[in-house]
Design a protein around this ligand. Sequence first.
Ligand code: NDP
Length: 400
Amino acid sequence: MGKVLVIGCGGVASVAIHKCCQNSEVFEEICIASRTKSKCDALKEKLAPTTKSKITTAQVDANNVEELIALIEKEKPGVVLNLALPYQDLTIMEACLATKTHYVDTANYEPEDTAKFEYSWQWAYRERFEKAGITALLGSGFDPGVTSVFSAYALKHEFDEISEIDILDCNGGDHGYPFATNFNPEINIREVSAKGSYWENGHWVETEPMEIKRTYNFEGVGEKDMYLLHHEEIESLALNIPGIKRIRFFMTFGQSYLTHLKCLENVGMTSIEPIMYEGKEIIPLQFLKAVLPDPASLGARTKGKTNIGCIFRGKKNGEEKTYYLYNICDHEECYKEVGSQAVAYTTGVPAMIGAMMILTGTWNKPGVHNIEEFDPDPFMDALNVWGLPWKENRNPVMVE
Ligand code: NDP
């Protein structure tokens, strides 16, 4: 069918590339390009004997638009799958625009020097992508991503009107370390140490970090404490789910994680303000990242399951109803299949599916679009085929 250029070769990219290789009828060719080419070469060496997909590798600095343009012109992919960091979204979108190539990512743009993420920077490209006749698919991970597709599916098939969405992200996995993050530590800590917020009656309600706590009994995991966070899909769902009154996002954290995080915050280790150390400027959070376990190394030691999904409240045929859509994923099963833990797996699989939707033309909508703006049905079918089967509960316990 075609060729994908994957940018980045970290935890999420590794899973997405494994999945592209399993799906070689669609991904006949895969070019893996990242900052550290040796990682791309090592993955190629591992996967080439297992797949019909032709794999090539390249070095690229994704902060540099000219380098990206040269790479895209040389490789001529049907779609670019951006699995580098949120800091690179805009440079990669610029290069896609210049070369008229479709674009897919899993996280919205974040300036490196400000812990703030929102869609405005990427939405500013809407008109230019539309005029160029190319599609940018934003947020094709799990959350955003699958949770957004779940919302579109619930609206299409289960409700006439959705009034409330609670997105529940539970990681019941245990890696045995007192403190480690399941994906890029810098991005993860920036996200969880920020103020919380949720959408209610047409505006944002801001909370202190971890101010709102609830307990929920997750199938496959058990009872967990979860905390309200700001999360990027709330912003686009608030626009794309007509009549929505409230959207909240909760993530589970264990006490050990929270105690370590508080301590690191209190001593200044999570700051992104540069400081001088032995004559050199360093950013404390980047230094912290360097001493924490690499998320890619957690796979072999993580046991337990994730359970991520959305609980909806709304109306169908004039009747009030509630509905829960979720996926349960087992860390050890993921590791057996692709050598990664479930957090990378639950992001990498939908990243591959999003790239497949675009490469096959199943989704074709020139412009810049969040994932819930597309027909959810082919994506929901693909989740069942490619390792993230979903479950429904028509009588869920609601979050108070
Ligand atoms: P990693 O840190 O493991 O991987 C990032 C990769 O990007 C690394 O290979 C890194 O290169 C590469 N990279 C960084 N900067 C550049 C650059 N300037 N040029 C080229 N390559 C670069 O991160 P993850 O795999 O954990 O996360 C990847 C993305 O997925 C992030 O954007 C994250 O926010 C997103 N994500 C989304 C989720 C969702 O559900 N939607 C959930 C989890 C993550 P090097 O190897 O040299 O360091």
